[in-house]
Design a protein around this ligand. Structure first.
Ligand SMILES: CC(C)(COP(=O)(O)OP(=O)(O)OC[C@H]1O[C@@H](n2cnc3c(N)ncnc32)[C@H](O)[C@@H]1OP(=O)(O)O)[C@@H](O)C(=O)NCCC(=O)NCCS
Length: 244
């Protein structure tokens, strides 16, 4: 079983070590050499409650909550995202990436209402190709020329796509996704956490005060919360926002 969750402070050292693997440098765009500073910056970026939704990213953890790798869905055009993933070298070959990709894709189809998830990898990345195939992606036989940016150069790549009906059953796992607030509701909640009034929120987002009130009402219903204060507290507890 794998768990997809947000990065935690104890992941930094393990992640830095895992990402120093030469195969990670060979097949991904992660900094090389990879340092603890890189891991910490990544964790901070991922833990941003508003921007997380632009590019949902998870740590893959095992049942003992140890860092095993990461998976993320990078936005493409409307309704589409591209999946990327990596697993710690000592944990490969146990089906961890396959399970994590299935879970992330299922979540993307249901929570983000994606229509298609794509995958691209440099030619020769057999392990990644096998993960895509086992997760249900249609891996095309052709090569996409100059289809993948790798370390500043456009490279030929393998490519594949997955639509909801293709998804091989995602079993035994959990995905953190928090309450289902829309992007606008998350922005409003974030502004509430910063102590802004409805008028100030309306001005900062360029919308009317009435629209802000509607968003606040919807946020209170979804969390659920009885007051703005309780909504902010719950938002912080759920990791959707933070006090600034
Ligand atoms: C790709 C990667 C995430 C796979 O992680 P994993 O947890 O080992 O993946 P899984 O165990 O779910 O599946 C790997 C499959 O690839 C197969 N495989 C591994 N190396 C292979 C190789 N060199 N040639 C062919 N198949 C290979 C495994 O046998 C396994 O298939 P099986 O289940 O039929 O035995 C991992 O190798 C990795 O992190 N690589 C570096 C980063 C990377 O390439 N990321 C992908 C970018 S798109």
């Amino acid at each position: 079983m794998v768990l997809l969750r947000l990065p935690e402070a104890h992941d930094v050292a393990t992640m830095a070590l895992g990402c120093q693997d030469p195969e990670v440098a060979r097949w991904t765009n992660l900094p090389s050499p990879y340092t603890e500073h890189d891991a910490r910056s990544w964790a901070q970026k991922v833990n941003n409650p508003v921007h997380w939704w632009d590019e949902p990213t998870w740590v893959i953890a095992d049942t003992e909550n140890r860092w095993c790798g990461s998976v993320h869905l990078e936005s493409e055009q409307e309704g589409a995202a591209r999946v990327r993933f990596l697993v710690a070298p000592e944990l490969r070959g146990r089906g961890i990436a396959t399970r994590a990709v299935r879970l992330a894709c299922r979540w993307g189809f249901s929570s983000l209402r994606l229509n298609v998830i794509t995958w691209r990898a440099l030619i020769g990345n057999e392990a990644a190709r096998s993960v895509a195939q086992q997760a249900g992606f249609s891996v095309h036989n052709q090569i996409m020329r100059r289809g993948l940016a790798h370390r500043g150069k456009l490279m030929d790549c393998w490519f594949a796509d997955l639509i909801p009906d293709d998804l091989v059953d995602a079993h035994s796992g959990q995905v953190w996704s928090g309450p289902q607030l829309t992007r606008r509701e998350r922005e409003v909640l974030h502004a509430m956490a910063a102590g802004l009034s409805n008028r100030e929120i309306a001005d900062s987002l360029g919308i009317s005060e009435n629209t802000v009130k509607n968003h606040v009402r919807s946020i209170l219903e979804k969390l659920p919360a009885k007051s703005r204060m309780e909504a902010v507290v719950k938002g912080v507890q759920e990791g959707i926002t933070r006090l600034t």
